[in-house]
Design a protein around this ligand. Structure first.
Ligand code: APR
Length: 311
């Protein structure tokens, strides 16, 4: 008998909730929401079920404060932790979130040993590395959400600049998921097949790149009490969809490198093909000298984050 995919989201706060909503809208699978706050994941799960007759999704959604309900999940999104407030960088969250990720991953691996894990908690690159090490899962099954979000921000700002449909805008962001060291790649961006450089001046491209890097920070400054969650939730849903529908989508994501791009034993954003097996391959881009140098600096910054974990 065919069964629906089972998707667990650990951390039913802003991002977890938003992801669940996008996943339900796409009818991707049965869901379990887990959080430490009593009643909260149960309440949000019930709320999502009550929207189903209007939206027309046939899914079960349950909330829990434990992991029994999550057993045998196909995909587990890990978005538990604290979010940044104005004046904080993603790296400021590391001590608190590392403790949370350790305990969550230990539970998840016990109950869903064959799942694909999608860490989302910040600082993302270090938390993905920690998830790899604590779970011991093969790197194909641990893929952090970073580039899907950074790239949709990049594409949004390009579409706004050129005044065209977002559907025609393609572009990707690799490197660390940090304001300073993320690496948007305008040379690879295009609008309906037309290179970005044929449509936008070099100065404006620089401005778009800078706004992309600060895409999350701009929202933190506006919200004042937390960080972005709508686009992050959509980015999670894009990755989950690629996996549970075996779409083989080429999306940048935080991945463990074992020689690719000349780097070893580090997790950082690179283009990957996502399908039923998780990260099915890493795509190595023909970077020019400037891009390669930016990526190398980005890797160095992630290694500094990882060193703080004292593994
Ligand atoms: N197990 C399960 N849930 C936990 C745990 C834990 N050990 N520790 C904290 N949580 C839950 C909190 O109770 C909260 O509901 O994680 C949730 C986090 O939600 P928010 O505070 O709303 O934060 P959010 O904006 O969703 O961001 C979560 O994702 O994008 C990143 O930078 C962001 O690291 C942050 C994370």
């Amino acid at each position: 008998m065919l069964k629906r995919p089972k998707i667990t989201i650990v951390g039913a706060g802003n991002v977890g909730h938003s992801a669940a909503q996008w996943l339900a809208a796409k009818e991707l699978g049965d869901m379990v929401l887990v959080d430490i706050i009593e009643g909260m994941p149960q309440g949000k799960a019930l709320d999502l079920r009550q929207a189903a007759p209007i939206e027309g999704y046939d899914l079960t959604v349950v909330g829990s404060n434990g992991y029994e309900e999550t057993a045998g999940s196909d995909v587990v999104v890990i978005v538990a932790g604290i979010a940044r407030k104005p004046g904080m960088s993603r790296e400021d969250l590391i001590a608190t979130n590392a403790g949370i990720i350790r305990s969550v991953v230990e539970q998840v691996m016990k109950h869903s040993p064959n799942a694909v894990l999608i860490p989302v908690t910040n600082p993302l690159d270090a938390m993905t590395y920690l998830t790899c090490k604590v779970s011991g899962f093969p790197p194909q099954r641990v893929i952090g959400q970073s580039g899907a979000l950074d790239s949709t921000r990049f594409r949004t700002f390009i579409a706004m600049e050129v005044g065209v449909s977002v559907e025609d805008v393609h572009g990707l962001v690799i490197g660390a998921h940090t304001d300073k060291d993320m690496v948007p790649l305008p040379r690879f961006a295009h609008v309906g097949g037309v290179p970005l450089s044929a449509l936008v001046s070099a100065d404006r491209i620089t401005a778009i790149v800078e706004r992309t890097r600060r895409g999350g920070a701009e929202i933190v400054e506006l919200l004042k009490t937390g960080s972005a969650f709508i686009a992050p939730g959509a980015a999670i849903a894009q990755m989950v969809e690629a996996i549970v529908r075996d779409k083989k989508r080429l999306i940048p994501a935080c991945s463990y490198l074992d020689g690719q791009y000349g780097e070893r034993d580090v997790c950082i954003g690179v283009p990957v093909v996502l399908g039923a097996g998780g990260r099915e391959r890493i795509v190595e881009l023909p970077l020019n000298d400037q891009e390669r140098e930016a990526f190398r600096k980005s890797v160095a910054a992630v290694r500094e984050q990882i060193a703080l974990l004292k593994l």
